[in-house]
Design a protein around this ligand. Structure first.
Ligand SMILES: Nc1nc2c(ncn2[C@@H]2O[C@H](COP(=O)(O)OP(=O)(O)OP(=O)(O)O)[C@@H](O)[C@H]2O)c(=O)[nH]1
Ligand SMILES: [Mg+2]
Length: 284
């Protein structure tokens, strides 16, 4: 269950005003950091990117975190990792990330550290900021990284007053609040994938379409999975109908209860009860 479900609060609706404000804020904050840590959802590594981050990041290095990797399939995680210059496969719920992430940050910024040293700056502290679309796991990731160091956020004069930095170790500090940016909402394919992982409300989409898309994708990319879970013949034309019949999601007239079938299947898919699935092929 994600936070949105827990609190029953709706997903953020992005209006042009919100977007402009988020963009302005992030532009200001990004000026202050050496590196951007961009969280993506490992199940949809391309569709969970923010459409303008590339533009905002200018020439700053970006470390891509494929978060929730425990919910995606391992082969796909590895294949996607190769697509990015800097990338880590991460499960923010169960691994300890402090060393893994700070080591990678130091490695990426090795040249910068060496230049600082050459200039006589003895101890350069690297500054990072976590960004990502809603619900991708930013808070969980940050809490994980700062875990034992209950570093009190310090308020530094000279920088913007409201910004708080958390020292993770002697080399790296992190902005304590992540930057939230909107997901790719323009493109229907991306919106569909975002809805599949529960990142945006599905009321903007046809839920039945979404389920058929998912079932066909599973049949093609994970053959045998639907058969195993629902004991159906995967070569059936109408997989939704086949599953609903098998599960006896039927009306009194022995017709399938489509609404129920759609809702229950979506729930199964989102909870990853069906299995660890990556919904996007590399290169898409
Ligand atoms: N399985 C799994 N779940 C995760 C992982 N990271 C975060 N979550 C879950 O994803 C949900 C959202 O996590 P948050 O940390 O609140 O995400 P966020 O990006 O801060 O969300 P907003 O503040 O709403 O933008 C929570 O239910 C987390 O427990 C992960 O690596 N694996
Ligand atoms: Mg959060």
């Amino acid at each position: 269950m994600n936070d949105n479900e827990k609190t029953n609060s709706p997903h953020i609706n992005w209006y042009p005003g919100h977007m402009a404000k988020a963009r302005r804020l992030m532009e200001e904050q990004l000026k202050l950091v050496d590196i951007i840590i961009e969280l993506r959802d490992a199940r949809i590594p391309a569709a969970s990117a923010n459409p303008i981050l590339k533009e905002l990041s200018r020439n700053k290095p970006v470390l891509i975190i494929l978060n929730k990797a425990d919910l995606s399939d391992e082969e796909a995680n590895k294949a996607w990792k190769k697509e990015f210059e800097h990338c880590l496969i991460v499960d923010s719920l169960s691994e300890n990330l402090t060393k893994k992430v700070t080591d990678e940050v130091k490695l990426i910024l090795k040249d910068k550290l060496e230049k600082a040293k050459a200039k006589g700056i003895r101890k350069k502290v690297l500054r990072a900021m976590v960004v990502g679309i809603p619900n991708v796991g930013k808070s969980t990731f940050i809490n994980n990284i700062v875990r034992k160091k209950v570093a009190k956020a310090e308020n530094r004069p000279g920088v913007t007053k409201s910004l708080q930095w958390i020292r993770i170790n002697e080399d790296v500090e992190l902005l304590d609040t992540p930057g939230v940016l909107w997901p790719k909402l323009e493109n229907q394919d991306d919106a569909r994938l975002l809805a599949l992982i529960g990142s945006i409300n599905d009321d903007v989409l046809d839920k039945e379409d979404l389920v058929y898309f998912a079932l066909n994708y599973l049949k093609e990319h994970y053959p045998g999975l639907l058969k195993k879970r629902y004991e159906i013949d995967e070569s059936e034309d109408d997989l939704l109908e086949a599953i609903a019949r098998k599960k006896l999601w039927l009306s009194s007239e022995n017709e399938i209860n489509r609404e129920k079938a759609v809702d229950l299947l979506l729930k199964d898919i989102r909870s990853s009860r069906i299995g660890r699935i990556c919904w996007q092929d590399v290169g898409e």
